[in-house]
Design a protein around this ligand. Structure first.
Ligand code: ZN
Length: 315
């Protein structure tokens, strides 16, 4: 479905049904269909790499030449509207999967500021590599099955909750972090074969199992994101986890590294010894991006270009 058609569907705020191969990865919320989601990502689309645009050979993907998406995904703000924004696709019969986006409450100047912030972050991705993300939808709040979440990735759409959009360090950090986190999920699903899961898992503590892989694991509860769950600790770091929720699923563990690496690649690569658990996992995630497109190597080597981290304009 073209992003234009997608936008039209969304504008009507109707319930949309997608095929059962639909893939979804909410931020800090569990997969609703367990491993089948991941399997869909593996077996899915032969065109995944073409859509993702990356090439291990470093050739410029064809998508870059004529497709405006090469410049980055479309960014849309959910504006106040007569009907609520709700997506209610049938992922699996009997399973609830409802995404709601609360409209923004701020004006054009704030939208421009956030747009510029995102465009600056997008420059970290070599042209064409963001093809896995077609559309970024921004609202004041995002709810998944009525619970508030920071962001969700769903079928190439990234939803980000931005609150009142005020230019605060914390707010901007959340915003850019959510973008990289959800984009990481999108890239993972499109390029899963390029992720060296065995090497990543080799850095896990002995006997460790992610919550969703433990024997008899129930589908994780759809819990609201608890800020206390975002606190790193020395114990966690020693075990190779950046945040508590990284223990839920390997994909979240991966995304917790990706969001940090894409904001400041040297933070993990310089701070943690290459043979530490964190150092090892950070390098697997770095190498995943480089396997998608070797042009990522320069970013991880030098960190963001100066223009990629502009100061928010004072208002
Ligand atoms: Zn996530």
């Amino acid at each position: 479905m073209s992003s234009l058609a997608l936008t039209a569907v969304i504008a009507l705020s109707v319930s949309v049904s997608f095929a059962q191969t639909a893939r979804a990865t909410p931020l800090h919320t569990p997969s609703t269909s367990g491993s089948s989601v991941d399997e869909a990502g593996v077996t899915d689309p032969p065109d995944a790499d073409a859509a993702g645009g990356g090439s291990a050979k470093g050739t410029v993907p064809s998508v870059a030449a004529s497709d405006p998406r090469a410049a980055g995904p479309e960014i849309s703000f959910i504006l106040p509207r007569p009907f609520p924004f709700v997506m209610n696709p049938e992922i699996e019969p009997g399973k609830r999967f409802v995404i709601e986006v609360v409209p923004i409450t701020f004006g054009v100047a704030m939208q421009d500021r956030l747009r510029a912030l995102l465009h600056a972050e997008m420059t970290k991705y070599p042209s064409g590599t963001l093809g896995a993300v077609q559309l970024i939808l921004i609202g004041s709040q995002v709810r998944f099955n009525t619970r508030s979440v920071g962001g969700i990735h769903f079928l190439g759409m990234v939803f980000i909750a931005v609150g009142d959009g005020e230019a605060t360090e914390e707010g901007d950090a959340h915003f850019t972090r959510a973008f990289h986190h959800e984009t990481a999920h999108a890239l993972f699903q499109f390029h899963q074969s390029r992720f060296d899961a065995a090497r990543f898992r080799a850095a896990l503590p002995d006997g460790f199992a992610y919550a969703d892989e433990q024997p008899g694991a129930q589908p994780p509860a759809e819990v609201a994101f608890d800020p206390r769950q975002d606190q790193p600790s020395l114990d966690l770091l020693r075990d190779g986890f950046l945040v508590p929720w990284a223990k839920d699923r390997m994909e979240e563990d991966f995304a917790s590294y990706a969001e940090v690496l894409m904001r400041d690649p040297r933070l993990l690569l310089d701070t943690f010894a290459p043979d530490s658990r964190v150092g090892r996992k950070a390098r697997v995630v770095r190498d995943f991006y480089i396997a998608i497109d070797p042009r990522f190597a320069a970013f991880f080597e030098k960190g963001p270009a100066p223009h990629a981290t502009p100061q928010a304009p004072e208002r």
